[in-house]
Design a protein. Structure first.
Length: 511
């Protein structure tokens, strides 16, 4: 056989290509549905292969893109939430699937930023909304600009996918259970040298004098296309003057030092603009309005606490449905970001219960979006910006309470806690670091590690035990999963640099 050797792009390597014509490709056998054998596990495995063999991604351009980000939702969070979700319905939980786990295409995303191995939400969200990796702590600007440098930020802004969608005539929306000015939602519509500049009172005078605007102001003053159509979340204080009482909590006030009422300015833009702050007004809001909904002065309630909110708050699924209903009126399509921002906050507090509950609500929002859209024209991508330090360990029996003690079934069929080498029980879920650390400065370890019991771990405020003492549990640097359905979904495969997610979405929309 004759071969021709050519230089490779890699130093010191060469590749040899055959000069003979390539062999004809072997035709893949036509897939036929498998017959049942009576073994449930075996049959389910063969069916899974069959479904993958007949799978085909839509080849047409996407009309719409819905981008879901579970803030801090790493693979351990997904696994634990999957089990928790099933167990809330009386199942063992392990065999359950969250809504996005049935998506046909998956990948992993690397979450580092250009300056941090373990990154924050600002840099990671910016990578996914602009297509370029950048520094931690900055919003939609290139890494050439240092964090906090207003002048450099103004020169290094990067167009976001939402901005490009508006330029192309698409409708756009941003939904979050965090403050709407928080890092992830802000990365769609704002540019800032500092993620903390959500309101003008949080900015240094030098930054204001250099021409930088706070993030809340950038949302209301957004000029690309016809402006952002839907913005739903928390962060009401960032839009109200410091002298104005909050409509829900009269003892609280707004946070703006410039005296502007940005919520009123939004509403005054046109008869088609509306502002709401409670559940009743949200439910009554017409789908043909450009809607700003701010349901808390700060972040929205955790899902576990939402039913107790006096003024009422819509769920993440409710807000997703409202946004899709409004944005779908545009025949040219839309881009929508939906963030479950409080998964991250629960993890920071070392409180696995609320993290899993919010992940369950996130799954419901994805299910809602899937039910309201067509897979043939809507690309849905579900992912996280970064991970956390929660682990699942301890050899618990199948079906054991994922939030409970690690247990096994003894010879009498009774659940018996598994003991550590200190002869004390422990939970299936735990954290590498955080406020639940056994070595916190105020910890009393005269008798060693505290022994949790079932009444302790069943409390919704329970903090799982952690190792290293930190005021707030930290992010993790692990890769995070990506799930996709719809046009271009087949490009979500393998291990991706996080900024590639932007390019998959932009390509799907033809931007």
């Amino acid at each position: 056989m004759l071969k021709k050797c050519v230089l490779s792009a890699l130093p010191f390597l060469a590749a040899c290509a055959s000069l003979e014509p390539p062999a004809a490709p072997v035709a893949k056998a036509t897939a036929t549905p498998p017959s049942a054998t009576g073994d449930a596990w075996f049959d389910a495995g063969r069916t899974a292969v069959y479904e993958r063999k007949i799978r085909k991604a839509p080849t047409r351009k996407a009309k719409n893109v819905i981008f879901f980000i579970g803030d801090g939702m790493d693979i351990n969070t997904v696994t634990a939430a999957r089990i928790y979700d099933g167990q809330t319905r009386g199942e063992s939980g392990e065999e359950n699937n969250l809504a996005f786990e049935t998506f046909p295409y998956t990948a992993f995303s690397k979450t580092y930023t250009t300056d941090f191995q373990v990154a924050d939400s600002a840099g990671t969200a910016s990578a996914m909304t602009t297509g370029v990796k950048t520094r931690s702590g900055v919003i939609a600007i290139r890494e050439k600009a240092s964090r906090g440098d207003c002048s450099a930020a103004l020169k290094n802004a990067v167009d976001t996918i939402l901005e490009k969608a508006e330029d192309a005539g698409l409708s756009t929306g941003v939904v979050s259970t965090a403050e709407i000015t928080h890092a992830t939602p802000a990365a769609t519509y704002a540019h800032s040298a500092e993620r903390g500049w959500g309101v003008d009172s949080a900015m240094p005078d030098a930054a204001k004098q250099a021409g930088c605007s706070d993030i809340a102001r950038q949302l209301v003053e957004f000029e690309r296309g016809d402006g952002v159509d839907i913005a739903l979340g928390g962060g009401r204080a960032h839009f109200l003057p410091a002298d104005d009482a909050d409509p829900e909590y009269p003892e609280k006030t707004g946070a703006r030092a410039d005296g502007r009422n940005l919520a009123a300015e939004w509403q005054a833009k046109s008869p088609d603009h509306a502002f709401v702050w409670n559940r009743a007004d949200f439910d009554a809001a017409s789908a043909d309005k450009k809607l700003l909904g701010l349901f808390e002065p700060g972040h929205m309630q955790f899902e576990a606490d939402r039913p107790d909110d006096g003024a009422g708050e819509p769920s993440l699924a409710d807000m997703t449905a409202k946004a899709i209903s409004a944005l779908s009126a545009n025949d040219d399509g839309y881009f929508l970001l939906v963030e479950a921002g409080r998964i991250d906050h629960a993890h920071h507090g070392g409180n696995a219960f609320r993290a899993l509950k919010d992940t369950q609500a996130y799954s419901e929002a994805v299910k809602t979006a899937r039910g309201l859209t067509n897979e043939n024209d809507t690309l849905i991508i579900v992912t996280a910006d970064h991970g956390h330090t929660m682990a699942i360990a301890g050899y618990a029996r199948r079906g054991a309470d994922i939030l409970g003690l690690s247990v096994y079934r003894d010879e009498h069929g009774a659940d018996t806690p598994i003991k550590a080498t200190d002869e004390k029980p422990y939970t299936t879920l735990g954290y590498m670091n955080g406020p639940g650390s056994l070595f916190a400065p105020d910890a009393d370890l005269d008798e060693g590690r505290p022994a949790p019991d079932q009444s302790d771990v069943s409390d919704k405020n329970y903090r799982q035990q952690a190792l290293v003492p930190t005021y707030s549990e930290t992010h993790g640097g692990q890769d995070v999963p990506v799930y996709a359905s719809g046009p271009n979904a087949d490009l979500v495969s393998g291990v991706l640099e996080q900024n590639v997610i932007y390019h998959i979405m932009a390509d799907a929309l033809g931007l």
